[in-house]
Design a protein. Structure first.
Length: 363
């Protein structure tokens, strides 16, 4: 769909890393994430089959690729009738239909009331139970693209899927030993998995992607004091690991998160992801003005905005406006603020990528 432009002078790896360094690439790097229904509709629009994932990424001009080692160990958590139990994490979900698709929603919290003894007995994977041998080969297959691994530590969100978000926040406020034990039990094995993955990649992974949800639409989810006591030191362990492999770090956070950006910069975060423009202090112009010389940006195209609810012209205008604000001086990667939702019209998503390819060039 999008023909190779004669202005293209960088490969995706150099394009992304240039943007991550707050410098000017040849064009804005492009990323993609979508829920199943809109993903299938896009493939149908382009004449692809449901399993032609790589073909869709190439059509859209996506510069990024994900690489995670495959879990090869035993099932750690028993199946339960009527729900899906993740065999590795123990998270329990049910498929809930809605008007435009569906979601796997958390339906039970097995560690809601767990004490230290129960947390200590809760099975987590061993870092030995992952296939690192295939990582190097996967890196070769993706050598033309900016490859990332990670997704950790995601303390509030993923720990909350086992213990409830309410209880996790209480754990952080009260220094609850059981809750902090669960956080570190998960984090320690994840840190080792990331280390072994980066080691096996032998330079083939270009950046580390971390996750943490720090904000609501209205402001911070936790106080700065709690962030600095419990969240920041744990994120720093992953950032330090990435730096030991000489690769940059991008961190995801939903909601209002710019209140923590100075501290994230301090511990070595290079790029911030999601950037929901409707959240407090997350307007693109504000972010660019305050942090544009110190942070790369990945996101800004709201999945709760024109891409879902507007006309084709409104999403074209929205993408153009975002590019005009975020492109000067480099440092911006175009991406939806979350997975593209199933309520997004196919033509709006196509327009989002077409507009970026048309107006995302540096002359």
């Amino acid at each position: 769909m999008f023909n190779k432009d004669k202005r293209e002078r960088l490969n995706p790896v150099d394009r992304v890393l240039t943007a991550f360094a707050c410098q000017i690439p040849d064009r804005v790097p492009i990323d993609y994430a979508a829920n199943p229904d809109i993903d299938v509709r896009l493939k149908k629009y382009f004449g692809l089959k449901k399993n032609e994932n790589e073909a869709l990424l190439k059509i859209l001009g996506v510069d990024f690729r994900e690489l995670q080692p495959q879990y090869t160990g035993p099932r750690l958590h028993a199946e339960i009738s009527g729900m899906y139990v993740d065999p590795v994490t123990g998270m329990k979900t049910k498929w809930i239909e809605h008007a435009s698709g569906g979601y796997e929603e958390i339906c039970d919290f097995p560690l809601r009331d767990a004490d230290e003894e129960q947390i200590a007995a809760w099975p987590v994977p061993s870092a030995d139970d992952y296939d690192y041998k295939s990582v190097s080969e996967a890196c070769k297959n993706y050598s033309k693209y900016a490859v990332w691994t990670g997704g950790q530590p995601d303390i509030i969100n993923n720990t909350g899927r086992l213990r409830t978000m309410e209880q996790v926040l209480i754990d952080l406020v009260t220094d609850e030993p059981a809750g902090l034990m669960l956080i570190d039990k998960r984090m320690n094995y994840e840190l080792e998995v990331v280390y072994r993955t980066l080691e096996a990649a032998k330079g083939g992974i270009n950046f580390l992607y971390l996750g943490e949800d720090l904000g609501t639409q209205r402001g911070p989810m936790i106080s700065m004091e709690l962030f600095r006591k419990h969240i920041k030191p744990r994120i720093k362990k992953f950032a330090d690991l990435a730096k030991s492999f000489n690769i940059p770090v991008m961190i995801h956070s939903c909601g209002s998160s710019s209140w923590a950006f100075d501290d994230l910069i301090e511990i070595g975060i290079n790029v911030v992801d999601t950037l929901q423009p409707e959240a407090k202090d997350m307007d693109p112009a504000y972010l660019k003005r305050k942090y544009g010389d110190r942070l790369g940006f990945h996101g800004c195209i709201s999945t709760a905005g024109p891409v879902a609810y507007g006309t084709v012209q409104e999403i074209v205008d929205n993408v153009k406006e975002t590019l005009e604000v975020m492109m000067p001086g480099g440092g911006y990667c175009m991406s939806p603020t979350h997975y593209l939702q199933d309520n997004s019209p196919t033509e709006n998503v196509v327009a989002m990528y077409e507009t970026t390819h048309k107006f995302g060039w540096y002359d």
